[in-house]
Design a protein around this ligand. Structure first.
Ligand code: MG
Length: 304
């Protein structure tokens, strides 16, 4: 199968996704742990988190400039964009999910569950009904490195749903060890969630799990795919439903049937990805100290 410095074809289905001349470009560097990319098409810029440095960055794709978007940033981690184009942020330091309004005001969407403080929200996705689904592992309270050391009040690492109308917070997945990256299938009938539980429970499978979604609920969790290099963190889907997931050696691409069909090679551990560009076919990649990008022959899903 074809391979180059920038990609590896594992299954021929990947061949038509990566142009042989395309390169993975390093756009910016100097971060401690780049995470949580989110793209704003109206402004043609990408926002992401540099968690240990307690700042959010911004890459302007019209001129390639990089600047600080927010500092301090409550050790923000995952970011996404809601259906009204507002920034949704998972904050380790604030132990909350926040929304940045169009006027710049930052409001709290969720900071507790049943009266107990959240651990440290990690990654989020917005469903078409306006609800926000997010993961809540302990990485932001395990130490002071990327948050503030604290004991978990909830005593579990769950996936939650914030109702888009009432703001009510419900636990939708309670059987994972460290839920992390999260995304819906194109028809929103499936919810994919990465489990990085191996960081705390040796031997726990480094997997993406998939759940059946029925309106406000998720059930019937089972393994979708297993990571062959490190751990899966954040991931996003393309317009055909493939999953493009972070891994230790780059971005792994999975067919909707769960087969690993190819890789985008990145010289640093990858934490998360986001689609951008005016044709939505640029995959932005947060890789430890640097921001990378590659233009693909497939576009990102129009989900968030
Ligand atoms: Mg994450």
């Amino acid at each position: 199968m074809a391979t180059s410095d920038y990609y590896e074809v594992i299954d021929k289905r990947f061949s038509r996704l990566f142009n042989g001349n395309a390169q993975v470009e390093k756009l910016a560097t100097g971060f401690k742990w780049a995470e949580g990319p989110a793209y704003f098409g109206g402004g043609r810029y990408l926002v992401w988190s540099d968690i240990p440095n307690n700042r959010m960055m911004r890459y302007d794709e019209t001129d390639g400039s990089v600047s600080v978007f927010r500092h301090p940033a409550d050790n923000s981690n995952g970011n996404t964009v809601d259906r009204q184009g507002r920034l949704i942020t998972c904050e380790h330091g604030g132990r909350r999910v926040s929304r940045t309004e169009h006027d710049g005001t930052v409001v709290t969407l969720a900071d507790s569950f049943e009266g107990k403080q959240l651990n440290s929200p990690n990654d989020a996705v917005v469903k078409s009904d306006g609800s926000i689904w997010f993961t809540d592992p302990t990485y932001g309270i395990d130490s002071d490195y990327e948050g503030n050391k604290a004991t978990s009040e909830i005593g579990a690492c769950n996936v939650y749903r914030i109702d888009g109308d009432t703001g009510a917070v419900t636990a939708v997945i309670t059987d994972m060890v460290r839920p992390n990256g999260i995304a819906f299938s194109l028809d929103e009938k499936l919810l994919y969630v990465a489990d990085t539980g191996a960081t705390h429970k040796p031997g726990h499978p480094a997997e993406i799990r998939v759940y059946d979604v029925d309106g406000t609920r998720a059930s019937n969790g089972r393994q979708f795919c297993l990571c062959t290099a490190g751990l899966f963190d954040g991931f996003r889907l393309d317009a055909d439903g493939r999953i493009w997931s972070s891994a230790r050696d780059g971005v792994h691409c999975f067919d909707p049937d769960g087969t690993l069909i190819g890789k985008v090679k990145v010289p640093e551990v990858v934490a998360n990805v986001a689609w951008g560009g005016n044709k939505h076919n640029v995959l932005y990649i947060c890789g430890t100290t640097s921001l990378y990008a590659v233009r693909l022959m497939v576009s990102g899903a129009k989900t968030y």
